[in-house]
Design a protein around this ligand. Structure first.
Ligand SMILES: [Zn+2]
Length: 160
């Protein structure tokens, strides 16, 4: 399942990417361009805009109005509505680059990224991932821990 998020859903887009879901996002984009992109690549539009969600450009079910204001509830709503597994089957918690949406690949040889991360990170972390698109290096640090906690909370609420 591939998504495209409107300009108001930047945080939701980054979180879906971390979970491994291919989510297109651009801050400055017209409604028309957003819809064209969704159509061309078969992406489901996630939007906060009632008017945009009601436009009949996309086939039925290919646009979804995200109703909550806070990003955690937004993520929960999207995961529930589309019955998305978390993390996706076979996917690592760090799934795609939050910046450019390309897939992250595990770094086989840690030495290769030695100069790209802070020294204490290099010394203390075993697993690193590199973005196949922009080259950014990822590791399980504090923001991933925070994200994991958020996911745990979301999962607990879903289970109820
Ligand atoms: Zn990237």
């Amino acid at each position: 399942m591939k998504f495209i998020a409107d300009a108001m859903l930047g945080r939701l887009a980054r979180r879906l990417r971390l979970l491994g879901y291919d989510t297109a996002y651009e801050r400055d984009i017209t409604d028309a361009a957003l819809l064209q992109w969704a159509l061309k690549e078969g992406r489901t539009l996630l939007t906060r805009d009632t008017g945009l969600a009601a436009r009949k450009v996309l086939p039925g079910g290919q646009s979804f109005l995200v109703t909550p204001d806070d990003p955690a509830s937004q993520l929960r709503e999207v995961l529930e509505h589309f019955s998305l597994p978390t993390p996706p089957p076979g996917g690592h918690l760090i799934g795609r680059c939050t910046v450019c949406n390309a897939a992250l690949v595990p770094v086989a040889d840690k030495q290769a990224i030695k100069d790209l991360v802070p020294e204490h990170v290099f010394l203390n972390k075993r697993e690193f991932f590199r973005c196949a698109g922009c080259g950014r290096v990822y590791w399980e640090g504090s923001h991933i821990e925070k994200f994991k906690k958020l996911m745990d909370d979301i999962m607990k609420k879903r289970a109820r």
